[in-house]
Design a protein around this ligand. Sequence first.
Ligand SMILES: [Zn+2]
Length: 320
Amino acid sequence: MSTHKKWLSTFWAALVAGSATVLSAAAIANETVYQPAPKKVVDNVYAIIGPLGQRSEANAGLNANYGFVVTANGVILIDAGASSYSAAMLEQAVKTVTSKPIKWVLNTGAQDHRWLGNGYFAQKGAEIHAMAGTLKSQQASAVDQLTSLRRFVGKQLDGTAPWYASRTHPAPKTTLDIDGIRIQWLETNAHYPGDTMIYLVDYSVMFTGDLVYVDRILGVLPQSNVRKAHEAFKQMAALSPRYIIPGHGRVTNLAQAQRETGDYYAFLINNVGVAARNMEPISETLDKFLKPAQFMHLENFAELHRANMNRVFVDFEANP
Ligand SMILES: [Zn+2]
Protein backbone atom coordinates (compact mmCIF):
# COMPACT_ATOMS: atom_id res chain seq x y z
CA MET A 1 0.00 0.00 0.00
CA SER A 2 1.40 3.43 -0.92
CA THR A 3 1.83 6.02 1.77
CA HIS A 4 -0.96 8.00 0.18
CA LYS A 5 -3.35 5.03 0.21
CA LYS A 6 -2.33 4.22 3.77
CA TRP A 7 -3.09 7.78 4.77
CA LEU A 8 -6.44 7.63 2.98
CA SER A 9 -7.55 4.44 4.71
CA THR A 10 -6.54 5.86 8.09
CA PHE A 11 -8.44 9.01 7.20
CA TRP A 12 -11.60 7.04 6.32
CA ALA A 13 -11.31 4.87 9.42
CA ALA A 14 -11.04 7.99 11.57
CA LEU A 15 -13.98 9.59 9.78
CA VAL A 16 -16.18 6.52 10.24
CA ALA A 17 -15.15 6.17 13.88
CA GLY A 18 -15.73 9.88 14.37
CA SER A 19 -19.21 9.88 12.89
CA ALA A 20 -20.12 6.77 14.92
CA THR A 21 -19.14 8.68 18.06
CA VAL A 22 -21.23 11.65 17.00
CA LEU A 23 -24.19 9.39 16.23
CA SER A 24 -24.18 7.57 19.55
CA ALA A 25 -23.82 10.84 21.42
CA ALA A 26 -26.82 12.15 19.50
CA ALA A 27 -28.80 9.01 20.28
CA ILE A 28 -28.11 9.47 23.98
CA ALA A 29 -28.78 13.20 23.82
CA ASN A 30 -32.10 12.36 22.19
CA GLU A 31 -33.72 11.73 25.57
CA THR A 32 -32.84 14.18 28.28
CA VAL A 33 -31.99 12.77 31.68
CA TYR A 34 -35.01 13.24 33.90
CA GLN A 35 -34.49 14.95 37.22
CA PRO A 36 -37.54 14.70 39.52
CA ALA A 37 -38.54 18.10 40.91
CA PRO A 38 -41.33 18.85 43.37
CA LYS A 39 -44.16 21.11 42.29
CA LYS A 40 -46.17 22.72 45.07
CA VAL A 41 -49.89 21.94 44.86
CA VAL A 42 -50.96 23.63 48.11
CA ASP A 43 -49.01 24.37 51.29
CA ASN A 44 -47.33 21.15 52.47
CA VAL A 45 -48.49 19.09 49.47
CA TYR A 46 -46.26 18.51 46.45
CA ALA A 47 -46.46 16.60 43.20
CA ILE A 48 -43.55 15.14 41.26
CA ILE A 49 -44.61 14.89 37.63
CA GLY A 50 -42.79 12.27 35.58
CA PRO A 51 -42.34 12.20 31.80
CA LEU A 52 -45.12 10.76 29.63
CA GLY A 53 -43.05 8.29 27.62
CA GLN A 54 -41.89 4.73 28.19
CA ARG A 55 -39.52 3.60 30.97
CA SER A 56 -35.87 4.26 30.15
CA GLU A 57 -32.45 4.69 31.72
CA ALA A 58 -32.80 8.43 31.14
CA ASN A 59 -35.95 8.57 33.31
CA ALA A 60 -34.91 5.70 35.62
CA GLY A 61 -38.39 4.20 35.26
CA LEU A 62 -39.95 7.27 36.90
CA ASN A 63 -42.40 7.76 34.01
CA ALA A 64 -45.33 8.28 36.38
CA ASN A 65 -46.43 10.80 38.98
CA TYR A 66 -45.49 10.86 42.64
CA GLY A 67 -46.26 13.16 45.51
CA PHE A 68 -45.61 13.93 49.14
CA VAL A 69 -47.05 15.65 52.17
CA VAL A 70 -44.87 17.44 54.71
CA THR A 71 -46.30 16.76 58.18
CA ALA A 72 -45.27 18.01 61.62
CA ASN A 73 -42.82 15.15 62.12
CA GLY A 74 -41.86 13.87 58.71
CA VAL A 75 -42.91 13.26 55.13
CA ILE A 76 -45.57 11.00 53.67
CA LEU A 77 -44.42 9.85 50.22
CA ILE A 78 -47.01 8.63 47.73
CA ASP A 79 -45.47 5.87 45.61
CA ALA A 80 -41.92 4.63 45.93
CA GLY A 81 -40.40 4.69 42.43
CA ALA A 82 -39.29 1.83 40.19
CA SER A 83 -36.10 0.74 41.98
CA SER A 84 -33.79 1.62 44.86
CA TYR A 85 -31.89 3.74 42.35
CA SER A 86 -34.93 5.83 41.45
CA ALA A 87 -36.17 5.87 45.07
CA ALA A 88 -32.97 7.73 45.97
CA MET A 89 -33.82 10.26 43.23
CA LEU A 90 -37.27 10.82 44.74
CA GLU A 91 -35.68 11.24 48.16
CA GLN A 92 -33.34 13.90 46.74
CA ALA A 93 -36.32 15.72 45.24
CA VAL A 94 -38.07 15.74 48.63
CA LYS A 95 -34.88 17.11 50.21
CA THR A 96 -35.07 20.22 48.03
CA VAL A 97 -38.24 21.15 49.97
CA THR A 98 -37.71 19.84 53.51
CA SER A 99 -35.02 18.22 55.62
CA LYS A 100 -37.65 16.08 57.40
CA PRO A 101 -37.26 12.34 56.81
CA ILE A 102 -39.62 10.24 54.72
CA LYS A 103 -41.38 8.28 57.47
CA TRP A 104 -44.33 6.84 55.60
CA VAL A 105 -44.62 5.46 52.06
CA LEU A 106 -48.04 4.73 50.57
CA ASN A 107 -48.33 2.58 47.43
CA THR A 108 -51.27 3.54 45.20
CA GLY A 109 -50.82 0.52 42.97
CA ALA A 110 -49.00 -2.62 41.94
CA GLN A 111 -47.26 -1.40 38.80
CA ASP A 112 -43.44 -1.49 39.05
CA HIS A 113 -42.86 2.27 39.34
CA ARG A 114 -45.39 2.55 42.16
CA TRP A 115 -43.67 0.23 44.64
CA LEU A 116 -40.32 -1.35 43.69
CA GLY A 117 -38.55 1.47 45.57
CA ASN A 118 -40.21 0.39 48.88
CA GLY A 119 -37.11 -1.42 50.16
CA TYR A 120 -34.94 1.68 49.88
CA PHE A 121 -37.23 3.65 52.18
CA ALA A 122 -38.03 0.75 54.54
CA GLN A 123 -34.33 0.20 55.18
CA LYS A 124 -34.11 3.82 56.25
CA GLY A 125 -36.92 3.24 58.73
CA ALA A 126 -40.00 4.29 56.76
CA GLU A 127 -43.28 2.49 57.34
CA ILE A 128 -44.69 1.07 54.09
CA HIS A 129 -48.46 1.14 53.66
CA ALA A 130 -50.67 -0.52 51.03
CA MET A 131 -54.22 -1.69 50.69
CA ALA A 132 -54.70 -5.46 50.89
CA GLY A 133 -55.60 -5.83 47.22
CA THR A 134 -52.55 -3.87 46.11
CA LEU A 135 -50.26 -6.08 48.16
CA LYS A 136 -51.76 -9.22 46.64
CA SER A 137 -51.33 -7.84 43.14
CA GLN A 138 -47.71 -6.82 43.86
CA GLN A 139 -46.91 -10.31 45.12
CA ALA A 140 -48.42 -11.87 42.02
CA SER A 141 -46.52 -9.73 39.53
CA ALA A 142 -43.16 -8.93 41.20
CA VAL A 143 -41.03 -11.46 39.32
CA ASP A 144 -42.41 -10.53 35.88
CA GLN A 145 -42.03 -6.85 36.64
CA LEU A 146 -38.37 -7.15 37.58
CA THR A 147 -37.63 -9.11 34.42
CA SER A 148 -39.34 -6.68 32.09
CA LEU A 149 -38.16 -3.52 33.85
CA ARG A 150 -34.53 -4.63 33.46
CA ARG A 151 -34.93 -4.43 29.70
CA PHE A 152 -35.64 -0.70 30.05
CA VAL A 153 -33.40 0.46 32.91
CA GLY A 154 -30.58 -2.14 32.91
CA LYS A 155 -28.07 -1.92 35.75
CA GLN A 156 -30.15 0.70 37.56
CA LEU A 157 -32.18 -2.25 38.83
CA ASP A 158 -29.20 -3.87 40.58
CA GLY A 159 -29.80 -4.14 44.31
CA THR A 160 -33.59 -3.81 44.06
CA ALA A 161 -35.70 -6.60 45.56
CA PRO A 162 -39.45 -6.64 46.14
CA TRP A 163 -40.33 -5.24 49.56
CA TYR A 164 -43.91 -5.42 50.72
CA ALA A 165 -45.94 -3.15 52.98
CA SER A 166 -45.85 -3.96 56.68
CA ARG A 167 -49.04 -1.97 57.21
CA THR A 168 -51.95 -3.19 55.10
CA HIS A 169 -55.41 -1.70 55.06
CA PRO A 170 -58.75 -3.23 54.19
CA ALA A 171 -60.20 -2.60 50.72
CA PRO A 172 -62.25 -1.10 49.22
CA LYS A 173 -62.18 1.86 51.60
CA THR A 174 -60.00 2.94 54.52
CA THR A 175 -59.80 6.12 56.55
CA LEU A 176 -56.40 6.90 58.04
CA ASP A 177 -54.79 9.59 60.10
CA ILE A 178 -51.06 9.85 59.62
CA ASP A 179 -49.43 12.47 61.82
CA GLY A 180 -52.58 14.59 61.74
CA ILE A 181 -53.16 14.23 57.98
CA ARG A 182 -56.59 12.79 57.24
CA ILE A 183 -56.57 10.33 54.37
CA GLN A 184 -59.38 8.59 52.54
CA TRP A 185 -58.01 5.60 50.68
CA LEU A 186 -60.19 4.03 47.99
CA GLU A 187 -59.67 1.01 45.78
CA THR A 188 -60.19 1.59 42.03
CA ASN A 189 -58.93 -1.62 40.35
CA ALA A 190 -58.63 0.53 37.24
CA HIS A 191 -55.36 -0.05 35.38
CA TYR A 192 -54.09 -2.94 37.49
CA PRO A 193 -55.98 -5.07 40.02
CA GLY A 194 -55.48 -3.47 43.42
CA ASP A 195 -55.03 0.06 42.07
CA THR A 196 -56.14 2.72 44.53
CA MET A 197 -56.56 6.47 44.93
CA ILE A 198 -55.60 8.60 47.91
CA TYR A 199 -57.62 11.62 48.97
CA LEU A 200 -56.19 14.24 51.32
CA VAL A 201 -59.44 15.38 52.87
CA ASP A 202 -58.23 18.64 54.44
CA TYR A 203 -56.42 19.79 51.30
CA SER A 204 -58.99 18.63 48.71
CA VAL A 205 -56.13 16.94 46.85
CA MET A 206 -56.64 13.61 45.09
CA PHE A 207 -53.80 11.34 44.04
CA THR A 208 -55.63 9.14 41.55
CA GLY A 209 -52.94 6.56 40.83
CA ASP A 210 -53.45 5.05 37.38
CA LEU A 211 -57.18 5.85 37.36
CA VAL A 212 -56.65 9.22 35.66
CA TYR A 213 -54.36 10.17 32.79
CA VAL A 214 -54.28 13.64 31.29
CA ASP A 215 -52.32 15.00 28.29
CA ARG A 216 -51.86 11.42 27.09
CA ILE A 217 -54.39 8.72 26.31
CA LEU A 218 -54.76 6.07 29.01
CA GLY A 219 -53.78 2.51 28.23
CA VAL A 220 -56.14 -0.41 28.67
CA LEU A 221 -54.03 -3.47 29.53
CA PRO A 222 -55.18 -7.09 29.64
CA GLN A 223 -55.29 -6.70 33.45
CA SER A 224 -57.22 -3.39 33.32
CA ASN A 225 -60.93 -3.14 34.03
CA VAL A 226 -62.71 -0.24 32.34
CA ARG A 227 -66.01 -0.93 34.08
CA LYS A 228 -64.42 -0.71 37.52
CA ALA A 229 -62.39 2.30 36.36
CA HIS A 230 -65.54 4.08 35.19
CA GLU A 231 -67.27 3.44 38.53
CA ALA A 232 -64.20 4.58 40.46
CA PHE A 233 -63.98 7.71 38.34
CA LYS A 234 -67.56 8.62 39.30
CA GLN A 235 -66.74 7.97 42.95
CA MET A 236 -63.71 10.24 42.63
CA ALA A 237 -65.72 12.99 40.93
CA ALA A 238 -68.36 12.83 43.66
CA LEU A 239 -65.72 13.92 46.18
CA SER A 240 -65.14 17.07 44.04
CA PRO A 241 -61.41 17.32 44.66
CA ARG A 242 -60.03 20.78 43.90
CA TYR A 243 -56.66 19.41 42.79
CA ILE A 244 -56.03 16.17 40.97
CA ILE A 245 -52.62 14.57 40.67
CA PRO A 246 -53.23 12.00 37.95
CA GLY A 247 -51.24 8.82 37.44
CA HIS A 248 -49.69 10.41 34.37
CA GLY A 249 -49.80 14.00 33.10
CA ARG A 250 -49.80 17.41 34.75
CA VAL A 251 -51.47 18.46 38.01
CA THR A 252 -55.03 19.17 36.99
CA ASN A 253 -58.67 19.68 37.94
CA LEU A 254 -61.81 17.63 37.65
CA ALA A 255 -62.85 19.23 34.35
CA GLN A 256 -59.73 18.11 32.45
CA ALA A 257 -59.77 14.70 34.14
CA GLN A 258 -63.39 14.30 33.07
CA ARG A 259 -62.68 15.27 29.43
CA GLU A 260 -59.54 13.19 28.97
CA THR A 261 -60.22 10.17 31.18
CA GLY A 262 -63.78 9.96 32.52
CA ASP A 263 -65.30 10.61 29.10
CA TYR A 264 -62.92 8.11 27.50
CA TYR A 265 -63.99 5.32 29.86
CA ALA A 266 -67.61 6.17 29.01
CA PHE A 267 -66.78 6.28 25.28
CA LEU A 268 -65.21 2.81 25.37
CA ILE A 269 -68.03 1.27 27.37
CA ASN A 270 -70.95 2.92 25.57
CA ASN A 271 -69.64 2.30 22.06
CA VAL A 272 -67.24 -0.62 21.97
CA GLY A 273 -68.59 -2.47 25.02
CA VAL A 274 -72.16 -2.14 23.84
CA ALA A 275 -71.25 -3.33 20.31
CA ALA A 276 -69.58 -6.42 21.79
CA ARG A 277 -72.58 -7.09 23.97
CA ASN A 278 -74.79 -6.85 20.85
CA MET A 279 -72.46 -9.30 19.09
CA GLU A 280 -71.55 -6.90 16.32
CA PRO A 281 -68.39 -7.80 14.33
CA ILE A 282 -65.17 -6.67 15.99
CA SER A 283 -63.24 -5.19 13.05
CA GLU A 284 -66.17 -3.09 11.84
CA THR A 285 -66.69 -1.83 15.38
CA LEU A 286 -63.04 -0.83 15.78
CA ASP A 287 -63.07 0.92 12.40
CA LYS A 288 -66.26 2.77 13.25
CA PHE A 289 -64.86 4.25 16.48
CA LEU A 290 -61.27 4.75 15.35
CA LYS A 291 -61.26 8.56 15.19
CA PRO A 292 -63.10 10.19 18.09
CA ALA A 293 -62.27 13.89 17.59
CA GLN A 294 -62.43 14.68 21.32
CA PHE A 295 -59.50 12.38 22.18
CA MET A 296 -57.24 12.44 19.10
CA HIS A 297 -55.04 15.29 20.38
CA LEU A 298 -53.88 13.23 23.37
CA GLU A 299 -50.33 11.88 23.27
CA ASN A 300 -49.97 8.17 22.40
CA PHE A 301 -53.44 8.18 20.84
CA ALA A 302 -52.30 6.65 17.54
CA GLU A 303 -50.39 3.87 19.31
CA LEU A 304 -52.97 2.92 21.92
CA HIS A 305 -56.54 3.70 20.94
CA ARG A 306 -57.22 0.73 18.67
CA ALA A 307 -55.58 -1.72 21.07
CA ASN A 308 -57.60 -0.22 23.93
CA MET A 309 -60.84 -0.74 22.00
CA ASN A 310 -59.79 -4.27 21.13
CA ARG A 311 -59.29 -5.16 24.82
CA VAL A 312 -62.60 -3.62 25.82
CA PHE A 313 -64.39 -5.52 23.05
CA VAL A 314 -62.87 -8.85 24.09
CA ASP A 315 -63.70 -8.14 27.76
CA PHE A 316 -67.35 -7.32 27.04
CA GLU A 317 -67.65 -10.28 24.68
CA ALA A 318 -66.52 -12.64 27.46
CA ASN A 319 -68.43 -10.81 30.24
CA PRO A 320 -71.46 -9.16 28.68
ZN1 LIG B 1 -48.88 4.01 35.28
